[in-house]
Design a protein around this ligand. Structure first.
Ligand code: FES
Ligand SMILES: [Fe+2]
Length: 348
C-alpha cells in the first residue's frame, strides 16, 4: 500500500540521458526517457500493439520506438506512427506527471489532476553552491516502511555499523520523537563522546582535531511519502553542539528517498549533502564510498528481516521507545492512504 498522490524520486537524470529506462514504481511499470526538448517523460511501459515493454526500444528524435515492430509512441501516450499501419484507433497509454528538479526525476503515480510541481520537496542544498552532494541507488527486497523504520531509529548503528558510525553512546542516549503535521522528527544528542571513524575522517577533512571529545547529534526528519533527511554532525565538545560555530563542527544531511517498487521491494536513493569543502570531488567520492559500504550493511539486515516477516506474517512485533519514529511515520502514511481511498475508492 502506497500513498499515490505524492512525488517520488523515480530515477536520476543520467539514467535516462541516452536510452529509455524501464522501472516499476509503486506497482506501476513505467518507461522513462527524454522527449524532443530533452524533457523527462514517464509512460506506461506497454506497447499498444502487442504489449511488449517500450523500455526495450529506443528513442529517435524524442519519439519512443518500440523494439519489437517499430511502433512510434509520443510523449503524451498516443501512438504517432507504425510502419505500414494506420494508428488512429490505437488505444493511448498512460502518461505520468514528471518533474526533473534538484538532480532527480520525480514521478507522481496518482491522479494527474492533483499533481502540483510546486509540491516537489524544496531541497535547499541542491541549489546552493556552498553545498555538495554525492549518492547512489540500491535496489532492496524489502517493504519501504522497513527502511523508514531503519532510518528513524539509529540505535541500530551501534550494532550494524560498529566499525564506521556506530558507538555505544547511541544506545545510552535516549532519543525523542515529535510529530508536526505530516512530519516526524526523532532526535538524539550525545555529548562529550569520542568521534567514531567516519566522523574522525570528516573532522580531519575540516582541519579539526580528532583526539578530543565531541558533541554528536542525529536529527531524523520523515516527510511523506517516504523521504527521510537526517541532520548529522559532531562539534568539539562544549562549543554549543548542533548550534556551534561553523569552524567548530562538521555536519551534513543524510539524504534518503525511499521509492517503493512493489509491496516488498524498493529503489533506495541514498546520499549525503555537506556544506564543507563542496568543491572537493575526491572528498565527495570518499564519502560516497564510505556511505555505500555503510548502507550495504543495512541492506543485508533488511532483506533478511523482510524474508522473516513474509515467512511468519502473523507474529507480533514489539514497539519500543526506540521505534517511535517509525511508528509515527507509519501512522502518517496510513492516514494519507486512508484519505486517498475516501476520495477515490479502489485506489491503493
Ligand atoms: S509490440 Fe510494439 S510494435 Fe509490436
Ligand atoms: Fe543504517
Amino acid at each position: 500500500m502506497f500513498a499515490r498522490n505524492q512525488w517520488y524520486v523515480a530515477c536520476t537524470p543520467a539514467e535516462i540521458d541516452d536510452k529509455p529506462l524501464g522501472r516499476q514504481v509503486c506497482g506501476e511499470r513505467i518507461v522513462f526517457y527524454r522527449g524532443a526538448e530533452g524533457q523527462a517523460v514517464g509512460l506506461e511501459d506497454w506497447c499498444p500493439h502487442r504489449g511488449a515493454p517500450l523500455s526495450l526500444g529506443r528513442v529517435v528524435e524524442g519519439r519512443l520506438v518500440c523494439g519489437y515492430h517499430g511502433l512510434e509512441m509520443g510523449c503524451d501516450g498516443k501512438t504517432v506512427a507504425m510502419p505500414g499501419q494506420r494508428v488512429r484507433g490505437f488505444a493511448p497509454i498512460r502518461s505520468f506527471p514528471i518533474v526533473e528538479r534538484h538532480g532527480f526525476v520525480w514521478l507522481w503515480p496518482g491522479d494527474p489532476a492533483k499533481a502540483d510541481p510546486a509540491a516537489v520537496p524544496d531541497l535547499k542544498w541542491a541549489q546552493d553552491p556552498a553545498w555538495a552532494y554525492g549518492g547512489g541507488l540500491f535496489h532492496i527486497a524489502c517493504d519501504y516502511r522497513l527502511m523508514i523504520d531503519n532510518l528513524m531509529d539509529l540505535t541500530h548503528e551501534t550494532y550494524v555499523h560498529a566499525t564506521s558510525i556506530g558507538q555505544k553512546e547511541i544506545d545510552q542516549a535516549a532519543s525523542s520523537t515529535r510529530v508536526d503535521g505530516d512530519q516526524v522528527v526523532t532526535e538524539r544528542f550525545m555529548n562529550g563522546v569520542q568521534a567514531p571513524p567516519f566522523w574522525q575522517m570528516a573532522l580531519r577533512s575540516h582541519q579539526l582535531p580528532t583526539d578530543q571529545p565531541v558533541d554528536r547529534w542525529q536529527i531524523c526528519r520523515f516527510s511523506p511519502p517516504s523521504h527521510v533527511m537526517i541532520e548529522v554532525g559532531v562539534a568539539l565538545a562544549g562549543q554549543g553542539g548542533y548550534h556551534a560555530g561553523a569552524d567548530q563542527k562538521v555536519s551534513s544531511i543524510v539524504v534518503d528517498f525511499i521509492t517503493p517498487e512493489s509491496d516488498t521491494s524498493i529503489w533506495y536513493f541514498w546520499g549525503m549533502a555537506r556544506n564543507f569543502r563542496p568543491d572537493d570531488k575526491a572528498l565527495t567520492a570518499q564519502i560516497r564510498d564510505g556511505q555505500g559500504k555503510i548502507f550495504s550493511e543495512d541492506l543485508q539486515v533488511l532483506v533478511q528481516q523482510q524474508r522473516n516477516l513474509l515467512q511468519w506474517p502473523g507474529r507480533e512485533l514489539l514497539k519500543l521507545n526506540i521505534d517511535a519514529g517509525g511508528v509515527q511515520a507509519r501512522k502518517v502514511i496510513d492516514r494519507l492512504i486512508a484519505a486517498e481511498q475516501v476520495a477515490a475508492p479502489g485506489l491503493a
